[in-house]
Design a protein around this ligand. Structure first.
Ligand SMILES: Cc1cc2nc3c(=O)[nH]c(=O)nc-3n(C[C@H](O)[C@H](O)[C@H](O)COP(=O)(O)O)c2cc1C
Length: 338
């Protein structure tokens, strides 16, 4: 009698393990749109989702904290319209004064947002010099004192987006234990230092190390440009199911769908519709031709990479000086390929 029952238990055990394996390996991947200041504004976010599918979450470019009693409406223009889906959009703040941060985060919460993100990653010297963005990473004590004041007063959830450090990749090793002491909803890690800006490669060993130390849900961010990049990363980090896409998805807007379904396709006609929609949005909301042209040139800096002879095209676009010249050039290029 003993043998069949132990066989049964073994069978049950193996079945349970198989179920567990299937659940672990089939976990749903969640995709976030990264904040790219000057590019992924509300015009981009709306036009993108019309043609290339919905992100699970979208993080608009950072909004700086301000002094004074009230946050002016123009300051939060990018996140105040109803086109921002309150369930999926996570606004981001940059700053280091807990009172100002609380004021801005509360204003975002009043607009209907459930989570606010803190930028601890911006690499640009005018920002880091003021101990903002990645400029705060060498100062874990300062981060702690900010969180001590801010977290108990916040009306909403809070997450952070970090790099490995400002100048040294080990700086994050002192920041993670600080972050572990607070109830954060997630930590987004871009595995480069601030002083690297976007040069070199992402440091996956450091990402692995800090992910293991972090008690919060971790989102991976950095250098996902192709379905192969994603495959490699998701195989190396089977415990991660949240992925933030930045330059890759601007360069090749079909990337989101390619990662979800495995299909790689480039329907240039869709690119045309997307471009025209975004251009119309830019003309409607920005004042003056130079702002509109600047906005479109910023987009092409990345998007030209997915076009035939992209570098040549980019040079031509950068040279255009009027909206009519820009329109003529884009019209002829997009007509040829769509
Ligand atoms: C033009 C540009 C603007 C950016 N603006 C922001 C920003 O407002 N907030 C932020 O946290 N990161 C910002 N980043 C960093 C990106 O969100 C992201 O971390 C970085 O590009 C790495 O991801 P990727 O390799 O997928 O692009 C910016 C990056 C670029 C290139």
């Amino acid at each position: 009698m003993g043998a069949p029952s132990s066989k049964k238990s073994l069978f049950l055990f193996i079945t349970c393990m198989m179920y567990f394996y299937v659940i672990m390996t089939s976990q749903k991947h969640l995709f976030y749109l990264a904040p790219l200041r000057g590019i992924t504004d509300i015009i981009f976010r709306t036009s993108f989702e019309k043609y290339f599918g919905q992100f699970d979450f979208l993080m608009p470019p950072f909004i700086t904290t301000v002094k004074g009693e009230k946050v002016a409406l123009y300051h939060i223009k990018d996140i105040s319209s109803g086109e921002n889906d309150r369930k999926r959009v996570i606004p981001q703040i940059i700053g280091n004064d807990p009172e100002d941060m609380l004021k801005l985060a509360s204003c975002m919460h009043d607009l209907g947002y459930h989570t606010v993100n803190w930028n601890l990653g911006c690499p640009f010297t005018p920002v880091t010099r003021k101990k903002r963005g990645s400029g705060l990473l060498p100062y874990p004590e300062l981060i702690k004192s900010i969180l001590d004041k801010l977290i108990p007063a916040l009306p909403c959830s809070f997450s952070v987006k970090v790099r490995l450090g400002l100048d040294e990749k080990h700086e994050l090793s002192k920041v993670i234990p600080v972050l572990n002491d607070y109830p954060l909803s997630e930590v987004i890690i871009h595995p480069r230092t601030g002083s690297q800006e976007y040069s070199g490669t992402v440091d996956l060993d450091s990402f692995e190390l800090y992910t293991a130390q972090c008690r919060h849900t971790v989102v991976y961010n950095g250098d996902i440009f192709t379905a192969d990049d994603f495959k490699r990363l998701s195989e190396r980090f089977p415990g991660i199911n949240r992925w933030m896409l930045g330059r890759g998805v601007v360069k090749y807007p079909f990337l989101l769908e390619a990662l979800r379904s495995g299909k790689t396709q480039t329907e240039f006609s869709k690119l045309r519709l997307f471009h025209d929609d975004l251009y119309a949005g830019a003309k409607e909301t920005l004042s003056g031709p130079s702002h509109i042209l600047g906005r479109m040139k910023g987009l092409w800096l990345y998007m030209a990479g997915s076009m035939p002879e992209g570098q040549k095209l980019l040079k031509k676009i950068q040279k255009t000086k009027s909206l009519s010249a820009y329109e003529r050039l884009i019209d002829s290029v997009l007509k040829q390929i769509s």
